[in-house]
Design a binder for this molecule. Structure first.
Ligand SMILES: [Zn+2]
Length: 145
């Protein structure tokens, strides 16, 4: 936007350099047009500043939201986890037990080799590992079932 202001300033200088005068109809018209351009450039500038502020604000809100999500999901993860062993690479894959309840067609792929480690259609077995802190197996006694 600074560029527009510079170009308008150049035009303003040009009208003076070329002796464009308010006395002639054309001169009056040109000077008024350039005045309007100047106002518009100023207005653009203000909008740009407001936009920048808004962007900063939205970014900080986004960061706060991310922090909040991490806090909430950490709690959820801490409550109920299940693990399965990958049939291909034999890595142990851990995921949130609530996924099992929320999704009828659930497929979990191995983060190591990408193979499917859990498929709800196959009625595979999963091992509940509780919250990892006191090892109480909460999976299966979830409230509301
Ligand atoms: Zn794997």
């Amino acid at each position: 936007m600074g560029n527009i202001k510079e170009r308008v300033a150049y035009l303003q200088g040009l009208t003076q350099g070329l002796n464009v005068s308010n006395q002639s109809a054309e001169g009056k018209l040109l000077i008024n047009i350039i005045d309007v351009l100047d106002d518009m450039a100023e207005e653009f500038n203000n909008i740009q500043m407001v936009q920048d502020d808004l962007e900063t604000y939205v970014e900080s809100m986004d960061e706060d939201l991310t922090d909040l999500e991490e806090e909430i999901y950490e709690d959820v993860d801490g409550e109920e986890l299940v693990e399965v062993q990958c049939p291909s690479c034999h890595e142990t894959v851990t995921f949130d037990a609530s996924l099992l309840e929320d999704n009828e067609d659930l497929e979990v792929s191995c983060p190591h080799c990408g193979d499917t480690v859990y498929d709800s259609a196959l009625e595979m077995e999963v091992t509940a590992i509780g919250n990892g802190q006191n090892n109480d197996f909460r999976y299966g006694i979830h409230p509301g079932i």
